[in-house]
Design a protein around this ligand. Structure first.
Ligand code: PLP
Length: 408
């Protein structure tokens, strides 16, 4: 197993600038700072009023920079967007009502009837569904490419390719993609690249530093960290990309409540320390799981024998708490024994919170141009509990599974 990397938090944009972790701790809004408060205020608004008729008449010219209507966000929204943009080392961020909305809006900002979008085969299920159902229905051609394409991506590009949708590591199966190589090919052809970076968070991987145009976060997961809020973020590499994202968000009527923004901003303060613990717990669980005879393979790019290890170690500053485990095939009854006897691991899909989760990869991963290994695939999220308690929980469940198998 790889010696673990602890965090990308010490990274600095420029020598002499504050590190990411310090920026996270100190990010605030101008009015809160002036009032001596450490957190941005929760500003609720629909109508915004203006001092003069001149200000009112040209308010739309200031839509990208100022608070002009509740739909486009208040100071609470702008403070969170600025904090995420810094973390991503991007130009600016637009927050969205969910991670799913961020992906849908980012794609619809750049694609129209007659265009082609290339999608990584390991993309999150809802992303595939949006492409196959909504984009296809709107006359956009959709095709998939394998995550190991690297600069071989050339072969998948068509004359009308306008966007490439990436996600690394892959959803459920955790394959790594060479983002720098793909982004280089895309930039040369003026194809927009959009990367779903939810697994790593910008503390462990910053897509924009690797040539990507839009970095997506389902802030519902690690950025918020407490399983109680839905929010997404699209961070742009440049002013032109930012305007496209902001226009798509407002024209589709995307709106995020100030409480959601406040909660995610609060979650960011502890992102670094939480991720450190998620990573440590994941490594402890994996070390135990790898010794169990039922385990065929653990799918986690931070393991030295993982196919994605060389890319991970080159590009990423750490690994988060989510990984796959490929088990020997299980009968329906064995699945019940394994999952229904856990007490600390909960059965739930949305990971990135403080709690540990263990779920079957069901329905199984959908892939268009690659195959999924045989066996029973499960997905584990290592939460923030004591790893000894988590391992004791697994020991009991696996013992019950074995006991049952010997009786059959
Ligand atoms: C959860 C998730 C999403 C969707 O985010 P929501 O906020 O649940 O809509 C998108 N991409 C990835 C990789 C996710 O894990």
């Amino acid at each position: 197993m790889n010696g673990r990397k602890l965090s990308g938090a010490e990274s600095r944009a420029e020598p002499g600038e504050a590190s990411l972790v310090t920026e996270l701790i100190h990010s605030n809004s101008p009015s809160a700072r002036a009032a001596g408060l450490l957190n941005p205020p929760v500003h609720r608004a629909s109508t915004i009023t203006y001092d003069t008729v001149e200000d009112y008449i040209d308010r739309h010219t200031r839509i990208y920079d100022e608070v002009i209507y509740g739909l486009y966000g208040t100071e609470t929204t702008l403070a969170l967007e600025a904090a995420i943009a810094k973390l991503e080392r991007g130009y600016r961020t637009v927050v969205t009502s969910s991670g799913t909305a961020a992906i849908a809006l980012a794609l619809s900002a750049f694609l129209k009837n007659g265009d082609h979008v290339l999608v990584i085969d390991t993309a999150y299920r809802s992303t595939r569904r949006f492409c196959d159902e909504i984009l296809s229905g709107a006359g956009v051609e959709v095709s998939y490419f394998p995550p190991d394409a690297a600069n071989g991506i050339e072969a998948y590009i068509r004359p009308n390719t306008r966007a490439i949708l990436l996600e690394t590591p892959g959803s459920l199966t955790f394959e790594m993609a060479d983002i720098g190589a793909i982004a280089l090919v895309a930039r040369a052809r003026e194809i927009v690249t959009i990367l779903d970076n939810t697994w790593a968070t910008p503390l462990f991987f910053r897509p924009i530093e690797h040539g990507v145009d839009v970095s997506i976060a389902a802030a519902t997961k690690y950025l918020s960290g407490h399983s109680d809020v839905m929010l997404g973020a699209m961070t742009a590499a440049s002013p032109e990309i930012f305007r496209r994202l902001k226009d798509a968000a407002r024209q589709w009527g995307n709106c995020v409540g100030p409480d959601e923004c406040y909660l995610v901003h609060r979650g960011l303060r502890t992102l670094d320390v939480r991720l450190e613990r998620h990573q440590r717990n994941a490594m402890s669980l994996i070390a135990w799981l790898q010794k169990q005879p039922e385990v065929r393979r653990v799918l986690y790019p931070a393991l030295a024998d993982d196919p994605g290890y060389s890319i991970w170690t080159r590009d990423f500053a750490g690994a988060s708490g989510l990984f796959g485990v490929l088990l020997d095939p299980l009968s329906t009854a064995e699945v019940s024994v394994l999952f229904n006897n856990l007490s600390f691991f909960k059965l739930g899909a949305s990971w990135g919170g403080f709690e540990s989760l263990m779920v079957p990869a069901w329905p199984p991963p959908v892939r268009s141009c690659m195959k999924v290994d045989e066996g029973y695939l499960i997905r584990v999220h290592a939460g923030l509990e004591s790893s000894d308690d988590l391992i004791a929980d697994l020991e009991l469940a696996f013992a019950r599974l074995r006991h049952r198998s010997t009786r059959e």
